[in-house]
Design a protein around this ligand. Structure first.
Ligand SMILES: [Zn+2]
Length: 270
């Protein structure tokens, strides 16, 4: 599933090809994605120029003169830029054509992805309630300390709450908690400020490393230069139940928290 690092990788990969492109037409072969594509999207995009690309949580934002395209890759979505018209592949649901005769192709076999357009990005319903970005200065110890103090949930569930912080998915939460030495089941408000500071650092390191490696997925999530995600090959605890901890050799445990599997070493993580 595309997580924050994959979306950031997609953004960085597509940006050089997309900035300054002008939309010519859109071909919607299958508009029933997670939410139906709005009917007037063609007229909103036509002849509009792309000014920049950005990311908010797991949403890729293509910013135009008159608003933003908000794209979510869902479970299986990908975006591909093509400088020439090519054969339509299976699950190529939406094809954006630019005036330069190049194309942006949205492919999504499971159709959990989505495409929206909004003139007012920050008040758009999918965006407005999102928590802070984990790689921004807003995700600091004062912020996390306050959120933890008001919470009765486990630290793992708090990290995965998008109203608190966006884009720390299951893999990244599990890995960061391992490196910070914190048990994922630990109640958030019982963790010291010092340990939470370390956790912030480890989340930043884990996400940055994944971005550098092109995301955690085995699959190629976009991109123009065909980079694969190699992060998954270097995971410390995630998906390693009963395998030895690489620090102490204890078997990695799996526990269900908030209906998601969590992996941890009970000796290294207290
Ligand atoms: Zn261990």
């Amino acid at each position: 599933m595309p997580e924050l690092p994959e979306v950031e990788t997609a953004k960085r990969g597509l940006e050089p090809s997309l900035v300054n492109q002008v939309f010519d037409d859109i071909f919607i072969h299958q508009g029933n994605l997670r939410w139906p594509i709005q009917k007037n999207i063609k007229s909103l995009l036509r002849h509009k120029k792309i000014l920049s690309l950005s990311r908010r949580g797991k949403y890729l934002l293509i910013n135009l003169e008159n608003g933003s395209l908000i794209i979510h890759l869902g479970m299986s979505g990908s975006l591909k830029f093509s400088s020439k018209s090519s054969i339509k592949h299976k699950h190529d649901h939406v094809i954006f054509k630019f005036c330069s005769d190049s194309y942006l192709i949205f492919n999504d076999p499971r159709r959990f992805g989505s495409i929206h357009f909004s003139k007012e990005l920050n008040s758009f319903w999918l965006i407005k309630n999102l928590g802070v970005e984990p790689l921004s200065d807003e995700f600091n110890i004062d912020y996390l300390w306050k959120k933890c103090n008001n919470s009765k949930t486990s630290i793992k569930q708090l990290l995965m709450n998008h109203k608190v912080v966006v884009g720390v998915g299951n893999i990244y939460a599990s890995e960061s908690l391992f490196y910070a030495g914190i048990n994922p089941r630990k109640v958030a408000h019982k963790i010291s400020k010092k340990r939470l500071s370390l956790l912030i650092t480890e989340i930043r390191i884990t996400l940055s490393k994944a971005i550098k490696l092109g995301g955690s997925s085995i699959r190629d999530f976009t991109n123009s230069n065909g980079k694969m995600g190699y992060f998954q090959q270097s995971l410390a605890v995630y998906n390693r139940e009963n395998e030895p901890c690489f620090k102490c050799n204890t078997k990695i445990k799996r526990v269900i928290l908030g209906q998601r599997s969590s992996f941890y070493c009970y000796k290294c993580q207290k």
